[in-house]
Design a protein around this ligand. Structure first.
Ligand code: PLP
Length: 432
């Protein structure tokens, strides 16, 4: 950055950083706190002042570093986690290499983010919701078996709230039934199973860099993949069906069949495609955030462990179980009411909100209960008892790595107070 813009930028930061942070002041325990600061803003400003805004070298560099971090062949950056889901799904029905046909069935958990469900549906596949296990928040393998039909061809798994699925069971299940596997890792950057990062177990994985997730690029996402053909195919789908930026634009698997000489290679379109490209500003953010990711995740784990030791001593709520070979990467604190607190969720959440603690349901809750679930055809919400339980008894709180230990202690006191105020009086009344 030139010295003048550097000076202007420093002045802007002095004026804006504190007020920006205090905008989150309605809650002393908010869902999320910005994890970016001067480094990310300076990197983005550098793109602006140098007129490097459209996807380019920084995006490629961020993709390379991200792939190295995850331990996969390559990674393709997009403008959101939802776009990453869309690319994963459309790559299954890619006209140049179709792995699935229209109407083939994909199993998707009933508690997730909706774009994981819409992506395969929009790609012409049939989505079958599968129940979840409230103990893990992840897919219930017995229910998955029950939902199989001869048309079932794929599992679109999600590692919810940073908790990895038991991937040994998942791989066995997919192999036994001849199913493809793709992973939604949008809530689980840094989670591992058997020492491997999630996003490495199937054909590819999606990641989100939305503001509140493990790291942020403002908006943004990434798709991981495991060979050059998929990397090229995803890049073509990401940007207009264009061959630009491919490893082998005119001879590779994505080169298309038309006579190469009749079109100008600069505008060579080889497939259908979207425009899901990120900007260089997002990639610049990502490169800075990636340097801090392990530190932020370790701090989240530390805070979560303190909270967990409190949770274990409580009879009125629990959190999730992680598989033996799994390593969670929490980005929030999910709670599931139990014992005498069952049925008091609405009142407890109102109490916590009033006390300055921001709360949310566990993403969609039972998706079969959402108005848009009718787009999937007839679905009966009561057919998903695990998701129902999460819907009715579950909620989550924030877990910011920027938080000091005192905040967790205050949160614990506030939860104790909420329980005493909401659940105990009810109980006394019931007994009387
Ligand atoms: C499981 C899951 N999948 C997909 C997404 C979509 O990511 P984005 O918000 O970046 O579009 C989210 C977002 O929260 C998510 O939680």
């Amino acid at each position: 950055m030139n010295p003048d813009s550097q000076k202007a930028f420093e002045a802007w930061m002095d004026d804006h950083l504190e007020p920006a942070a205090s905008e989150f002041g309605r809650y002393w325990y908010p869902l999320t706190v910005p994890t970016f600061g001067r480094d990310e803003i300076a990197a983005a400003m550098d793109c602006l002042v140098n007129y490097r805004t459209s996807m380019g070298a920084l995006t490629r560099e961020f993709e390379t570093q991200f792939a190295r971090y995850i331990g996969c062949h390559d990674a393709v950056m997009v403008n959101s986690g939802s776009s990453a889901d869309l690319l994963l799904a459309y790559n299954l029905v890619n006209p140049l290499n179709p792995r699935l046909e229209a109407g083939d069935e994909v199993l998707v958990p009933a508690v997730t983010w909706p774009t994981q469900i819409w992506s395969p549906l929009m790609a012409g596949l049939k989505v079958t919701l599968v129940d979840v296990d409230p103990e893990t928040l992840n897919v219930d393998f017995d229910d998955m078996r029950r939902r199989l039909t001869p048309k079932t061809k794929c599992v679109f798994a999600v590692h919810l709230m940073g908790n990895p699925i038991d991937m040994k069971l998942m791989k066995q299940f997919c192999e036994e039934h001849g199913l493809l596997l793709i992973e939604d890792c949008c809530e689980s950057l840094g989670s591992k199973y058997d020492g491997n990062h999630v996003g490495n177990f199937g054909l590819g994985g999606s990641f989100s860099f939305f503001f509140s997730h493990h790291m942020t690029t403002m908006e943004g996402g990434m798709v991981t993949c495991h060979n050059e053909d998929d990397a090229d195919a995803l890049r073509v789908l990401r940007a207009h069906g264009w061959s630009r930026g491919l490893q082998t634009p005119t001879t590779g698997s994505q080169s298309g069949s038309a006579n190469p000489s009749v079109v100008d290679d600069r505008y060579r379109f080889v497939n259908w495609g979207f425009n899901l490209r990120p900007t260089e500003l997002q990639a610049a953010f990502g490169l800075e955030q990636l340097k801090k990711l392990d530190g932020m995740n370790d701090r989240r784990r530390e805070l979560a462990a303190r909270f967990e030791s409190y949770a274990e001593s409580q009879s009125w709520f629990g959190s999730f179980e992680t598989p033996v070979a799994g390593e969670a990467s929490p980005f929030a604190l999910p709670l599931l009411l139990k014992g005498d607190a069952v049925g008091s969720r609405t009142e407890l959440l109102a109490h916590l909100e009033e006390a300055g603690v921001e709360t949310r349901p566990v993403v969609t809750g039972n998706f079969a209960r959402q108005p848009a679930a009718s787009l999937l055809g007839p679905v009966d919400p009561t057919d998903y008892p695990g998701a129902e339980w999460v819907h009715e008894q579950g909620f989550y709180l924030g877990l910011s790595p920027m938080m000091d230990d005192l905040k967790i202690e205050r949160l614990i006191r506030t939860l104790d107070e909420a329980y005493a105020a909401v659940v105990r009086p009810t109980q006394v009344r019931k007994v009387a």
